[in-house]
Design a protein around this ligand. Structure first.
Ligand code: HEM
Length: 476
């Protein structure tokens, strides 16, 4: 009898703790609609097992299959439960617009705390409202068309230098790694303009450790990649402090990102602290490096798979090279604005690869959308990849087809750079880098992909398996 009572007591305690755990971790009072919303239902879908939800299903298969299978079963709005969070997935352009643009104030960006610590809590990604608007103006200013046009010859020289290092001899190259070198160097250009090489090397060395830890299991124990990343982040902060100090001494107004962040007071804002400046610089490194490198890796693969298309791109780029005295003159801004075929290759690659498959938001209040309840505290994820691969908006979506960009895509159906208040301020720089790298590649090299040509790995962005090993040969 005593044993039965004890078991019943333990059972009740477990139930109580489970309830408190769920409540604490989800911020949801109940999965049932509140009284005033009795007529509003949660979206269709499954919340899976208690606690683990559908996390195992997500991680045991290609994430794209996970999302598209549920879209097929439940439609463009469905619920699931992953990584301890109940989520609403949205695969319609209207719903993406609702969350990211028209009702963006009801949804806040949300990232795991472990990632926030590595980037820095005052980076603009994590904020909403006045602070976000103020920072965004500064970042956008440094990445505007007017600002980046001056970078063209420098980006061209960087592309030439990265590809001349170990390419061209038929040696196998890890394309993604090489492209990361390139996008890091371009990030340095956009953030600091010219930077002394001793600073550059120190930043690179420490940033690589942070980058590794960012994608590792966040366990704060000496020796783990996450702990090493936290220490490297501390060193990054010190190096950035030295660079900021030197800039202050020079008192020269610069138009790069650091200059814009440091001159915020002149633009009617309060002065930003050195910590705020450092968090935002590290944030831009994060936003700029793997994204652009991953897209460039896909472009090399897509061009290799379509020799006819590659010939068209080559013809366009060789004409430019000839007019630049066989490449003895650097590319000009005007030339980068007049590459119609190559530009469509960039757009179609952004759609096909959809490297940012979705973004995370969290409902800050109970929200009703199309008769469904999105409860406060639930994660909301607009699924860009599903929209980019929906035949309703892009016929025969698995086909690499430039002609689809002869007319502008329907509103909110093409969002490789997101949409609304947090849309990518670096999108023009990213496209510029890609165009310049393609110019350098197709006019100077031919290439062969090594080994198996299928398979994708997530780093966390999708990249062809093993970083796409490729042999490059220099053209005569
Ligand atoms: C092909 C390359 C790139 C892709 C596909 C990409 C995509 C995106 C997307 C989808 C977002 C929105 C995230 C959200 O809504 O939560 C974003 C935000 C952002 N991106 Fe990019 N990005 C790329 C390159 C860059 C570059 C080169 C830079 C800077 C040099 C940059 C800086 C940023 C920043 C600072 C944000 C945060 C904006 C905010 O929260 O207001 N990105 N990016």
């Amino acid at each position: 009898m005593v044993a039965i009572v004890a078991y019943a007591f333990i059972f009740l305690l477990t139930l109580l703790f489970s309830y408190i755990f769920i409540k604490k971790n989800t911020g949801i009072r109940s999965e049932e609609p509140h009284d005033h919303e009795k007529s509003v239902n949660l979206p269709p879908g499954s919340l899976g097992w208690p606690y683990i939800g559908e996390t195992l299903q997500l991680y045991s298969q290609d994430p794209n299959t996970f999302f598209s299978a549920r879209q097929k079963r439940y439609g463009k709005i469905f619920k699931t439960h992953i990584l301890g969070c109940p989520c609403v997935m949205l695969a319609s352009p209207e719903a993406a617009k609702f969350v990211l643009v028209t009702q963006a104030h009801l949804f806040k960006p949300t990232y795991p705390k472990s990632k926030e610590r590595l980037i820095g809590p005052t980076a603009l990604f994590f904020h909403q409202g006045d602070y976000h608007i103020r920072l965004r103006k500064l970042v956008q200013g440094s990445l505007s068309l007017d600002a980046i046009r001056n970078l063209v010859p420098h980006i061209d020289a960087t592309a030439a230098s990265v590809t001349s290092e170990s390419w061209g001899t038929g040696k196998v190259i890890n394309t993604f790694h090489e492209m990361k070198k390139f996008s890091f160097e371009v990030g340095i250009l956009a953030i600091f303009g010219h930077l002394e090489s001793r600073y550059k090397e120190e930043l690179k060395k420490n940033y690589m450790v942070v980058d590794k830890g960012y994608n590792s299991f966040p366990i704060n124990i000496p020796g783990t990649p996450y702990k090493k990343a936290l220490l490297a982040r501390k060193r990054l902060r010190q190096i950035l402090g030295d660079i900021i100090h030197e800039r202050k001494e020079k008192r020269l107004p610069e138009k790069d990102l650091l200059g814009c962040l440091m001159s915020s007071i002149k633009q009617g804002g309060q002065v930003l602290s050195d910590d705020q400046i450092a968090d935002n610089i590290i944030g831009v490194f994060f936003a700029a490096q793997d994204t652009t490198a991953s897209v460039m890796t896909w472009i090399i693969k897509y061009l290799h798979h379509d020799p006819k298309l590659l010939e068209h791109v080559k013809a366009e780029q060789n004409a430019i090279r000839i007019s630049n005295e066989q490449g003895n003159q650097p590319l000009s801004w005007a030339q980068t604005r007049n590459m119609p075929i190559t530009y469509k290759v960039v757009l179609e690659s952004l759609r096909m690869a959809s490297i940012i498959s979705f973004v995370f938001r969290e409902a800050t209040v109970d929200v009703e959308y199309k008769g469904y309840l999105i409860p406060k505290g639930w994660k909301v994820m607009p699924l860009f990849r599903n929209i980019h691969h929906n035949p309703e908006f892009f016929a025969d979506p698995q086909k690499f087809d430039l002609s689809r960009f002869e007319v502008a895509p329907k509103p909110n159906t093409f969002m490789p750079f997101g949409s609304g208040v947090h849309a990518c301020p670096g999108n023009e720089l990213a496209k510029l880098e890609l165009l310049i790298m393609i110019h350098n590649l197709v006019t100077k090299f031919r290439w062969e992909i090594e080994g198996s040509q299928s398979g994708i790995e997530y780093s966390p962005f999708p990249v062809p398996a093993n970083g796409l090993p490729v042999k490059f040969w220099r053209l005569e």
